[in-house]
Ligand binder design. Structure first.
Ligand code: PEP
Length: 246
């Protein structure tokens, strides 16, 4: 049985005054689904003081454990600040920082070494989808970004169509189902049935309270990676509730 996961990605948003949103999520976090908030790294330590049942994560880490990498953060640093997860290979990092699949694989290994669970993101652009290349692109990203050694404990996959992130556009449930099924079969083929069938697969891209129920009803959707609608507890709590009810 895979434990459902509602993960919030605050991106480059959040000041200490916003940590009240974490406290306000406590009631929502009492259900069976795991609730995770990935705030900016500057807030991790103070967030951990009030996280309660809510897990915390980083939004990126370097592939090395320390060294001359100005502005970067290591997986150990995230761990020491209270993180148990880290988002890796988000499409905004792939686009803004030129992150390749190989670099994301390095980061994933670094996260595992530090004892973090990596949330590895994959997803096609609109051009990819319109040219019929979605499964090819997702398959290539999956193969290249996910190192050998993935397990249900150290890895979560997030399918995030780039064209659905922050746009209000959401794939049909059939489109989501097709990609999640493809990812599930790819994981089983590569890691075997025991592991491949237990790694959680999240959907991400304009998830809101109004569409969460139908998305969570799709086979092999084990939860969501949520951006904009995770910033306020009032928006995120109903998504968590829909996941608990799914
Ligand atoms: C994201 O950033 O991972 C995301 C899915 O954003 P949004 O929910 O705002 O589309």
């Amino acid at each position: 049985m895979r434990r459902k996961l509602a993960a919030g990605n605050w991106k480059m948003n959040g000041l200490p005054s916003d940590l009240s949103e974490v406290s306000e999520l406590q009631t929502a976090a009492q259900g069976d689904a795991e609730v995770l908030i990935c705030p900016p790294a500057t807030l991790l330590t103070s967030a951990s003081a009030q996280a309660g049942k809510i897990a915390l994560g980083g939004q990126d880490c370097h592939g090395e454990s320390s060294g001359a990498h100005t502005g970067d953060i290591s997986a150990d640093m995230l761990k020491s600040a209270g993180a148990t997860y880290v988002i890796l290979g988000h499409s905004e990092r792939r686009a803004d920082h030129g992150e390749t699949d190989a670099r994301i694989a390095d980061k994933t290994r670094a996260a595992w070494t530090a004892g973090l669970t990596a949330i590895v993101c994959v997803g096609e652009t609109l051009d990819d989808r319109e040219s019929g290349a979605t499964l090819d692109i997702v398959g290539t990203q999956l193969a290249g970004s996910l190192p050998d050694g993935a397990s249900a404990q150290n890895t979560v996959l997030a399918y995030e169509p780039v064209w659905a992130i922050g746009t209000g556009k959401v794939p049909t449930t059939a489109q989501i189902g097709e990609v999640h099924d493809f990812i599930r079969q790819s994981l089983i083929t590569r890691f075997g049935n025991d592991t491949g069938s237990m790694i959680r697969i999240l959907y991400g891209g304009s998830v809101k309270a109004s569409n969460a129920k139908e998305i969570f009803a799709v086979k092999d959707v084990d939860g969501a990676l949520v951006g904009g609608a995770s910033l306020k507890a009032a928006d995120f709590a109903p998504i968590v509730a829909a996941l608990n009810a799914a």
